[in-house]
Design a binder for this molecule. Sequence first.
Ligand code: IMP
Ligand code: MG
Length: 176
Amino acid sequence: MNHHIEVLLSEEEVDRRINEIGEQITKDYEGKTVHLLCVLKGGSFFMCELAKRISVPVSLDFMSVSSYGKDTKSSGVVKIVKDLDESIKGKDVLVVEDIVDSGRTLSYLMELLAAREPASLRLCTLLDKPERRVVDVNVDYTGFQVPDEFVVGYGLDYDQLYRNLPYIGVVKFDED
Ligand code: IMP
Ligand code: MG
């Protein structure tokens, strides 16, 4: 469908906010190692930028999840496409996501991770669309709340494109 992208949050705004979150995380995890857990692919751009701005020791791991069949929307069950390389038992885990929308993916994922007995488990998301929430998710760090529109950039895609935009844009569908 014909569309164009309008800037919602500029590169400078996003950059400034990630700096603030990095400083906050540095304070909150003083004396600890924070184990960042990136949810692929969307969380990757945010996690790299965030990790550079945290001054306590950081370790990283990645996981990839996908919708499980057609029922995902209703069941909230997600399939682990790529699991973590290392155990999270006893670690201070901070999950890094691109966006919390309905909350289905994250609520499922957080429960699954909690069962693996980390020392602590928190969630950091670049964007939050609270209007769309269906399942309650406790978000510890939020970059920005965004309106109920389809957003791209900074890891977020539309049909696998636009992840590389250095800003957050809204997809506007052209009429005709
Ligand atoms: P959930 O609805 O909270 O489970 O979100 C699931 C996933 O949908 C997110 O991690 C994103 O990958 C994707 N998603 C939700 N809203 C948007 C959007 O506005 N743009 C791009 N991806 C989105
Ligand atoms: Mg995602």
